[in-house]
Ligand binder design. Structure first.
Ligand SMILES: N[C@@H](CCC(=O)N[C@@H](CS)C(=O)NCC(=O)O)C(=O)O
Length: 217
């Protein structure tokens, strides 16, 4: 399979973890979001939305949207299952995923950042406040669920890695990369650390990607 990815894309990070967990080899094609390669006509033929990730299967089919890709992989490659069997637990997992994927991450993607600074003329400092605000609100909501629902174990939902962990780890990793203090989110950090002990997560991290910038190493 071919994964159109970028080292610091949280959405691509989710998919890299899933491919690793499922033991599916993949080739990474880097799409530099800072240079605007997501808008190259050739890339737009792959993903008309102009975002990563996109996954080209061995049959040549192209999938977009990380949650759709995660579900496809989970439905196609049975082991290890990334969703619980119990309906209530499945709903809880999806709820955590949506807090991060639908209500947090979209507020901090490059096109939003560009709109805030280049179109609306806000400063880098104001942009930092914007990014910090939405990241903190998202993590705060997940933290409260993990602390109060009584269903979190080693991972977000019990002791099984689920799609919720695949969504939480990139968000916590990004907060670390951008030096957002995480003291207020001990459960999120606990789950992050447990996941990172698994090579499937560790090898998918931005710092391990071939396009991770030399100057940040
Ligand atoms: N909801 C999409 C989000 C895709 C997305 O926004 N990806 C970001 C990187 S994490 C991107 O490619 N942004 C390009 C841009 O904003 O110009 C998904 O989960 O796949």
């Amino acid at each position: 399979m071919i994964l159109f990815s970028y080292w610091r894309s949280l959405a691509a990070f989710r998919v890299r973890i899933a491919l690793n967990l499922k033991g599916q080899p993949f080739e990474v094609v880097s799409t530099d979001l800072i240079k605007g390669e997501q808008f190259d006509p050739e890339y737009l033929k792959i993903n008309p939305q102009g975002v990563v990730p996109a996954l080209k299967t061995d049959d040549g089919d192209v999938l977009t949207q990380s949650m759709a890709i995660l579900e496809y992989l989970d439905e196609t490659y049975a082991e290890p299952a990334l969703m619980p069997t119990d309906a209530m637990a499945r709903a809880r997992v999806r709820s955590l995923c949506m807090i991060l994927v639908a209500d947090t991450h979209p507020l901090v993607v490059p096109r939003i950042r560009k709109y805030i600074t280049q179109d609306w003329g806000h400063s880098e400092e104001e942009l930092g406040a914007w990014m910090g605000n939405w990241t903190k609100l998202g993590l705060e909501a997940v933290e409260t669920h993990l602390a109060d629902d009584g269903t979190s174990g080693t991972y977000c939902e019990g002791d099984q890695v689920t799609l919720a962990d695949l969504c939480l780890v990139p968000q916590v990793g990004a907060a670390m990369l951008f030096k957002i203090p995480l003291d207020a989110y001990p459960n999120c950090v606990r789950v992050f650390k447990a996941c990172m002990e698994n090579p499937a997560f560790f090898d998918a991290r931005p710092q391990a990607q071939p396009d991770f910038p030399e100057e940040m190493k």
